[in-house]
Structure formats: C-alpha cells, structure tokens
Design a protein around this ligand. Structure first.
Ligand SMILES: Nc1nc2c(ncn2[C@@H]2O[C@H](COP(=O)(O)OP(=O)(O)O)[C@@H](O)[C@H]2O)c(=O)[nH]1
Ligand SMILES: [Mg+2]
Length: 191
C-alpha cells in the first residue's frame, strides 16, 4: 500500500489575466484550439509534482469575479502554495494584487509567487521594477511569463516543483510539520 501526498495550490488574480491558461499549461492540458470558458467559482486541475515520491497537487483556479470573493477567501486557509497573477498589459490587475495580499497569512504555506503574465503582449503598462518591489516586500518569488507563448514558463514551473519537493522530501520531520490535511476534503489518499 502506498500513500499519496496531496498539496493544495491556490491560483488567484483578476479575471482574464490568464490563470486557467497557466493551470492548464502547468498540467499539460492546454489546448489553444478550444474555446475558453470563463471560470465561475473554482476550477480544479491535477498537477503531478513527483510521481516517484507520490506527491500530487490540486490546483484551485479561482474565478476572479469580485462577487465570489467572500466565498473564495476561506479556500486560502489550507493552501500550501499561493500564486497571485496579474497581466502586464492590464494595470488594474496589478493594483488588485494588493487586495489579495492580506490573505497570505497561512502558516501552512510553502511558497508564494507573484506572476506577471502576458509579457508577449503590448503595450506593457506594469514595469518589472514595480512588480518586483511588491514581490520582495511580501516575500514572494517573482516570474515574468507568457502562458501563451511559453516564454520563461519553464523557469517558473521548475521553481514551483522544486520548492514543493524541497519542502517535502529532504526530511520526514519537515513533512510531518506541515499540516497536509484540507479542512473540507482529503489530502492523504490510501491506495
Ligand atoms: N497574449 C496572451 N494572452 C494570454 C496569455 N495567457 C492567457 N491569455 C489569454 O487571455 C485570455 C484569458 O485567459 P484565462 O486563462 O481564461 O484567464 P483567467 O480568467 O485568469 O482564467 C484568454 O484569451 C487567453 O488565451 C498570455 O500569456 N499572453
Ligand atoms: Mg479562468
């Protein structure tokens, strides 16, 4: 019998910044020929972190619509990784990052990311310096990517996978320290 470890990754940011595209690219399910439907509420995606070590993650892809905001906040509670996303061509999406920052107060977090998406698009209205400042002030890892063209995407993906493996694998002590149990679901699955 083997035990799978399930982690929870929460992906948030304004509607239209590319969250679902990022989640699909991370999980190898991106199909650009398909019409994209707006995420209403939450979409779930399954990410394999390490098949060898039976580490999996469920990505909670939150709809950006403000009317779902109260409903969403409780989903941050048991997150292990937080990915805040904005679009470099939509300034309001960058300003709105600040409204998600108070939610980064979960002691279970392994890593948090600030992701500047759509760097293939023009005109760019959010500078690297401004975004990096927010990331540094809040202890977040910062990547500039295009989920569409794939630019810099691998760097982000590798960092994400490595951060999780490093937090879980080197010592069982660390693993036990993390509370890998969802309040409203299962994280440990016996097979
Ligand atoms: N140019 C460009 N478009 C993107 C990128 N990522 C996503 N998109 C497009 O932006 C739109 C919204 O993406 P989606 O993933 O649904 O955003 P979400 O609402 O945050 O989940 C879609 O038309 C995507 O194809 C990117 O890196 N560059
Ligand atoms: Mg979406």
């Amino acid at each position: 019998m083997s035990t799978k470890t399930w982690l929870k990754i929460v992906l948030c940011g304004d509607g239209g910044v590319g969250k679902t595209t990022i989640a699909q690219k991370l999980t190898g399910t991106l199909d650009l020929s398909k019409n994209r439907e707006m995420t209403v509420g939450i979409d779930f995606h399954h990410l394999k972190i390490s098949e060898e070590n039976l580490i999996h993650a469920q990505i909670w892809d939150l709809g950006g619509q403000t009317q779902f905001r109260d409903f969403q906040e409780k989903f941050f509670e048991s997150a292990h990784v937080l990915i805040l996303t904005f679009s470099v061509v939509r300034f309001p999406s960058f300003l709105n990052i600040s409204s998600w920052l108070p939610l980064i107060k979960n002691e279970n977090l392994i890593q948090t990311y600030l992701i500047a998406n759509k760097i293939d698009s023009n005109p760019r209205v959010v500078s690297r310096e401004d975004a990096l400042k927010i990331a540094q002030q809040n202890n977040m890892r910062y990547f500039e990517i295009s989920a569409l063209t794939g630019e810099n995407f691998n760097d982000f993906q590798e960092d994400l996978i490595e951060s999780i493996k490093n937090a879980l694998l080197p010592s069982q002590a660390k693993k036990q320290f993390l509370d890998i149990s969802y309040k409203n679901g299962r994280t440990l699955e016996k097979e």
